[in-house]
Design a protein around this ligand. Sequence first.
Ligand code: NAD
Length: 297
Amino acid sequence: MTAHIDNITVLGTGVLGSQIAYQTAYSGFAVVAYDISDKVLEEARARFGALATRYEDDVPGASGGRAQSALARIRYSSSLADAVRDADLVIESAPELLDVKRELYRKLAPLAPERTIFATNTSTLLPSALADATGRPDRFLALHFANEIWIRNGAEIMGHPGTSPAVYDATVEFARRIGMEPIEIHKEQPGYVLNSLLVPFLQAALSLVVNGVADPETIDKTWRITTRAPEGPLQLVDIAGLNTVFNIAAARDEQGQANARYIKEHYIDQGKLGRASGEGFYKYDTPPQVRVRTQSK
Ligand code: NAD
């Protein structure tokens, strides 16, 4: 079956779901935004409005009506059957809980047309942990976006062993059509490519601080000077947020747990949560205004 992707349904209109739906509509597609109640969808409407404003500020060419007109391509629905009845591609961005996602796929399976591709935006689960619940494992894979997708526009595409190559290719092509740079991953990997690199890197930097090897400024300076990267690892920790980094560290080995204790004692317990709070490893004059909710994982 060749995949012809025109109609997109996004399940979940939270932090990432709203961005995926809006970016897709902004790229000219008809989008249905599904969430569990009309009340939640009212919040989503406000979030989409805020995103339009954000695009006007950040995206060249978005002002002058383009960002606002994208809003008209989004239809809202709190009925799963109605939301997916015409979908070529369903992108699931529901809470990062295995049981919630599996239950959603079980409900979705008989409601969506046979041709529909299902893609999950999960950050930490493997597609193979969800595949059987979809009822169509060959048409299921992960399409993983980054927060603030209009700026950080890499989309990681990762199947499981049963994903059809044609479905994979169609998803890569779709990612390109909505302005993403597709990052093709050929084998299931927890953390995809980005977090497989980033998590150990940030933890290594934290270990150097915790073990008294060098101070944060020295570590960051070393990285910037020697690789010509714009930011060092502890600057990146401040951007990701100390809570997120704490959660990841606490789930790792003994050194990771020592890192987590250190971050909690020296930063989190003192309200230093990173760039969003105005202070983390570094002080920031003006904390950036948070216009869309951010998550703490
Ligand atoms: P969120 O909590 O902001 O949003 C989740 C949304 O799903 C809410 O609107 C909620 O009402 C809705 N929801 C709850 N139950 C549902 C159901 N049964 N069916 C459909 N929708 C349901 O979460 P988020 O941060 O947007 O994360 C969503 C997914 O995106 C997760 O899988 C997460 O790992 C992934 N993700 C998040 C980020 C990030 O930085 N926030 C980045 C990449 C990927």
